[in-house]
Structures are given as structure tokens and as C-alpha cells.
Design a protein around this ligand. Sequence first.
Ligand code: PLP
Length: 942
Amino acid sequence: MTSLQLLRELWSRGIELEYTNGELRYSAPRGRITPEILAELKRHKGAISRLLEQNPSGAKHPDSSTQTTRPSKKFGIEVNRPKSSPLVPEDFRHPHPYFRFVEPYKGFLLSKLDLDKRYVRGEGVWLFDEAGHRILDCIAQYGALPFGYNPPDIWEALHAVRDCSEPSFAANSQLDAAGALAERLVGLWPEARFENVIFGNSGAEAVEAAIKLCRAATGRQRLLSTRGAFHGLTLGALSATGSELYQQDFGPPTNDVDHLPYGDSEALEKMLLSRPSAYAAFIAEPIQGEAGIVEPPSGYLRRARELCDQTGTLMLLDEVQTGLGRTGEMFASQTEDVAPDVMVLAKALGGGLMPIGACLYRSKVRSPQFGLRHSSTFAANTLACRAGLATLDRLEQSSYALISSVKENGAFLKSGLEELQRKFPSLISAITGRGYMLGIHLDFSELWRIPGLLGFMGGQSLAIHLIVSYLLNVESVRLSPSFSSGNVLRLEPALIANRAHCQALLVALDRVFHVVNCGDAPQLLAHMLGGITKPAVRQPPEPVRRPSPGRRELDSEVGRFAFTVHLMSIDDLTNLDPALEQFHPMQLEQLKGQMADYVDPIPVGNIELTSKCGARAYGELILVPYTASELIQMDPDKAHDEVRLAVQIAQERGAQVVGLGGFTSVVTQGGLLLDAQGLPPLTSGNAYTAVAAKNAVIKVCQDRGLRMERATLGIVGAAGMIGRATALLLADRVERLILLGNARYPERTRARLREVGIAVLRRIWQLSAMGRRFADGSLAARLFSLAPAHPASEEPNFAAWWDLVDGASEILISLDPEADLPNADVVLAATSSVKAFIGTRHLKRNAIVCDVARPFNVDPAIVTSRPDVMLIEGGIVRVGGRINGGIHAGPYPGVVYACVAETMLWALEKTFNHVRADSSMSMETIDELESYSCKHGFEIEI
Ligand code: PLP
């Protein structure tokens, strides 16, 4: 006996099962358990327990265990965003009062995509904006506008109410309009044997009433619903809605709702038969709308009907969206000839002018408890009901001619869409639905093969928003930005849309899919940047190599790392997609501003390397879509969230260690400010950057014949992590040291520079203790001569030693680069300034300057204005391996920045317990990295 057969058997014997606190219990209120059945039950205990465990009596959603914890900012895609980071900037004020006062969140996001239009007129399938543009509306308010905007016959019915002064809100009396509408509604489908109607003001309200009705009629509490279902957003209806997207943050949904996979008859059977008297109702849509136009396999509703009948469960069909002609039938469930016990309607029933919902039910569902205790002030109001009556008149006109036309035109539209699918097979994965309820399922996972900006967005859902924006602004076709249905474009034009409208829609879709398929970002985006252009035909480009959208599986020997980067400047956009060069830099600024809040950090490049000694590592660059100054200026919590999200994406993609590049490190203090829980080890890469800078300086001095022991070294940013480390690494090699810090916070900087000075003394003392001898006259030797007397066996008092050094000429602490930097023969710049501030006047004749900061501290103009100065970037390392992607991990192919190199070294070594996000870089770690770099053949590049 299979577990399903057993469940059937149990059900037929009146035996019920329950799984609580890890225990499977049975009871036989209506039957008897035999020893054979008991033996079978023991045999299938595991499978049945698992089944019931997934759907316990609590309110736990079955999807909750698989829900990703990765927070994301995407509107309508994933909303599991960290609370600390508001979606709308504090200072954002939409110019229109609706978006300012009513929907600030949507207003902000729609404005970014140029979708926050104002329409001044609606007529039939057309909307007109302020500039007089005519737009073909293919959403029809998700089916609530059956006859388009302002249908004259519905208006006439409303005017007639005014003309005859029919009363509107007169509850507890003989309401003519509501009575007539109820009678007409139950008569629409005589075979269904509906006898009564409850009116409400919306779909959700009708669903609420239906749930109460079913509970009262059966005396059962539980509801069985389906995953992905949408039944409205009031709390009861929301509990039946099968999507966490809508449920989370609003408190636990109503108890006693279980969700099953939609369309899965077997799961339904198992569930209902295992608890045959548990459920008041099984609620479902005949076609799921919000979930992305999902049709169940044929036979599903029929089987559901049978199972409901077998178990005394009421069948509740939600035809709020599908009903009244949308699918080419009056009701979608009529296609399978399955009539429910309870059916809810709304949307189209108001004829596009009035809000109204209705719940139709059979006599067996009637109960005095419900009948006397449910009401709603505005329900059954005259205007809404007259609109409903006029709607039915129109639908029934000429033997349901309008609904027949939806069937025919819908089939025409669907076959046109299927043709588009054949034309763009990698972009369109499926066409679903029927009548005027169709879904185009887009698959952006292949976009990543396309070079350019769109390719980088392959894994993200932004592309669908860009498509909707293009259609609206360029093609004058209005579709819905996808809120919950992922990558599905929903087509739900008004029922009055004709062939020509369908044809126009197909042409517009053809054009936008062509643009996307070619990776033609400029074409797709131009309208957002103040220029509307028509496509120049481009051929689909050759595929390129770049990180695939998902995690790459590699053998376990390969150390895996990732490195977070940010945009250096707006030029990086054109590195990602050279075609964007046709835009003015100001347009690119605008583009970036519009898109950054929409895009998750993007994997933009990958690196594979096999080092000199045969160790292997694989890493990816994850781009945070902001520039350095944006990261610095944004709300710190938001900046941390951005970086954390990049790290989480890296981790999901397999990284075992993550390097924080540039300002992703600065704004998080090398990762210290990130909540480290659950994250992989983080490094700023500063330790090895210091090593690389030291080696670069030594090499250039040698090449230029400069004797370092006679040179003054000026370190700009000496209070920072890299500056401090280079001071320690080079102190024993130079004649004088100038430690420069930021004058903006003089007290704090002086204190920190003093700490660096003391650390230099400690380093020199340690080197000496390890046997290092310093040449007479060298800085180290002179510092020793200033040391306070102390017993040879003990450490000196370094602070006291520093007080003797401070003020002497050996080590100078300075906050004044104008005055002191021109005395340096060698300059090492390592600040986190977002602007270059070291120029011609700061540099001594023939100075050697090493700029390890990103963005640069040294004005690049000195290359031409000061040919005597030798300017090197520093911090550049040549490694083996290959780099792919639009943003390199170094200034040119084949080399990487030292901070990336450090992350690589940890990955090559596959030792992660010494990786530190903190600033207390120990000299041991620095020395360890230097030895790893020799082992793996990393070389400093100048
Ligand atoms: N049920 C279904 C199937 C729906 O599509 C909707 C709305 O989209 C509702 C219920 C809720 O209707 P309303 O928005 O009028 O509350």
C-alpha cells in the first residue's frame, strides 16, 4: 500500500490524523482502527508525518523554510530588505500630491523608471497624458475595466439613478438594484445552483465574507489555499493569499490556513484525505493572476471538486479577476465545467466605474449565524449595483458577442505571442493564459551572455521594469510593472480591445524584445535620459564570457573568493557598455542615479588563477552600483546594507573569503561595521596593499638611483591603516619620516599620528631585538640614540621614548601638506579622500610619488606639468591567471590591485582564520602575506 492509498483507506474508514509536537496521532471519531491498518500506519509513519509537518496546525507558511534570507531592495521582486535602510530617501518629495501623500514608496520607484505618469483623460482602451499622447492601455486595472475608460452605457446607468432619485444607502429595506443584480448574478450560471449573494465593496471584502460564510456553514476553521494565490490584502484574505511577499511584516496571518502547490491534484488529495474533516473550504483561482498567469493542468479543478465533495469541504473559487468574460468565457471555471459552492466576483462587475464585490453561494452554505451578523455599510449600494446591472446587460448583449470576441481575439493575440516566443526563444520562456488574461514569461538568465549593460543585469529583474518603461514611453503601450509576478508581463486589455489593438500590442512587443535581445541598452534607456530614438537595427552580438547568473560549481581544491568594488567614476558605465558612450556624461550620471536604487550588486567579472606553485583560486568581482562619493555621502546604514548585500551575494555564489575594495571598505571600516554574523571572513586587503606599496617604493628608488637611506619619506594619510603599515615597513630604510594627517580633525589626527610614531619605535626596537643592525646615521640608529635609558632585558617605555623623539627632526608629525610635503623626496599617498588634492606645489623637485589611494590622491595632471616627478600607482600586482569582465580588478589586464591580490592569496592558501576585517593589522599578518606572495609568484608591477 502506498502512503496515498493508505490515506484514502483511512479517509474511507473515518480515521483522522494529526501531527503535533513531533508526534503522529490518530483518532477515529467516525470509524474503527484495525491492527492491519495500524501496521500500515506504522510503516508509512515517516512519509505521513513529513506531509503533516509541512502543514501543521499553526500558521507557518509552507514556503517559509525555503525563503532566502538575502535582503534585497527590489520593489515588487523581493522585499526582505533590512529595516535600517529606507527605500525612499528622507528628502525625496514627489512633485505630485498623490505620490507625495498617498503612495510615496511607489512614487519614488516609479519616478526612477519614468513610469509616474499623470493621465488627464481616459476613453475606451486609450489613456491620454498631459501632453496629449495617446497610450494603449493593456492592463485595464488588472481586469477591472471591462469596457475601458468611461464607458458611456455604464455612465448612463449611473445618470439614470440621479435622474430618478433612487435612494442609495438604505440598508434593511427592499433594495431594488441590489436585489435585481443578485438575481441576475445567480442566473448567469444556472447549473452552478447559486442561490444567494453577499455584496461588498472590493474583491478582498467578498473573499472575507466567503471565508466567514464557509466557516459558519461547516463549523470548521481551517482553510486550504494554494501557493502563489492572490485573494486580496485585508488580513483574512491576505492569510489565504499564498505569497510571503504580501504577508511579511504585517504580523502573523490568520491561523488555520494551509497552502499547497497550485495545480497539484495529488498534493490536494493527500492533504484533504489525511484530514478529511479539517477544512471549511478549499479556495483557489481558476487561473492565478498575480502569480504570473498560471494555469493549472486540465482536470485539476474537476479533481478538486471531487475531493471537496468526498471530504465535505466547500469549494470556493475566486473569479475576481478571471470572471465576467476575461478568459473568453463568462467564468473561467466553466471551461472545465466545474461549479464551486461559493464564488467571488469583483473588478469587472463595477463596469470600470464603481467598486463592487459579490460572493455567490449555494443554499447548503447558508447559515443564520452569518446571515444575521455580517454587513458592510456601503455594500449593496444602488450606484454600484446599477453599474453591475449595466455591466451584465452589456456582457449579455447580442448573445454574449463581446465575450466571444475576447475568445477569438485572445487566441489571435496568444498565437502572435507564441510567434514572438519562437523569434526570441532565449528571452521568452512561455506564453500562458487564455482570452485577455495572458502572460509572457521572460527569462533574463540568458541575457548575461550579451555584452554590455543589459548583460550585467541578466540575473536581475530590473530588465522587466525597463521593458515596461520603454513600452510606455517609446511605444505608447501601457503594461503593468511587475509587482509580484517576477518576470512575467501580464496582458489584460479591456474586453473591448479589438484585433487592431492586439496587432499594435504585438508590434510594440516585437520591437522591445528585439532591442533587449540585441543588448541595445542605449536604445532601451534613451527615453529615460531625455531622448527618444527609434532602434538602429543591431544584430544579436556574439556571446561573451562573464560570471554566469548562478553559483559556479568547482572542485573543492579551488579556493573561492570575491571582491566588492564600486564605480570609480561615471566612466565605469562606459567600461561596462561602450555603447553608452553615445550619451552625454550628464545623461550617464542621471542614468546611474535612476538605476542604482533598483539594482542589486552585480557580478561583473571573474578571475581564475593557478599560481606559480600550482594552487588554484576562483574569484568574482561584485560591483556595488554607487560611486565613492555616493557611498560616503549616503546614510551610513544604507551604505552598510549595500556592502553587506554585496557580501551576501558573493557568499551565495560560493565565496569563502571576501575582499572589500575601495570605499566598500572605507564606509564599513574594513568590514568592522558590518554585522559579521553569517558572513564569510572579510578583508580590506590593506595589509598586502602596504606590502606592495613598500616594495614598489623600494623598486622605483633603486631604478632611479635614489639612496633611500638618504631620503625623506612623506606618508600622506599616515593615520590610516595603509599609511600606518607603510610607515612601519619603511621606517628602517629612510633618513627622515614625515607623517601627514587630515587637518579637518586636528586633535584626533595628532593623537593617531602619535600612536603611529610610537608603533614605529616599537617596530624598530623589535627589529633590533631580532638582531637587525642599523647603519650609523640612519633614522633607526638616530631614533635609538634618543631612547630613554632602560634595562637591556626590558622593553623601553615607548611613549616616553616618543616624547623625546617628538619635536626632534627625525619623525615629523604634520597636518600641513603645503608646508611639509615639499620636503619629501619620496611621497606615499594613501588617504580615503574622494578628491585628488596633491598637486604640483606639494612636490619636491625629482620627487618619487607612489599613489596607492583609489580614487587617486595625486592630481594626474602632474604627469605633464611636472616631468621631473616620477608618479607611480603603487599597489599593483602581477599574478598568473585570466581576468574577464567589463571592470578589471586592476588598472589593465593581467594585473590586480594589491587589495585584490591579498584576497587571492588567502583563497590560494585556503586559510581563512587569519583573515581580519579589523584595523589592527598585525605585522605577523603582513609578513605572512609577503611570504605567501613570494610562494605564489606575485610580483609588484610599476
Ligand atoms: N482575488 C483575486 C483573484 C484578485 O486578482 C484580486 C485583486 O487583484 C483580489 C482577489 C482582491 O481584489 P481587491 O483588490 O478588489 O480587493
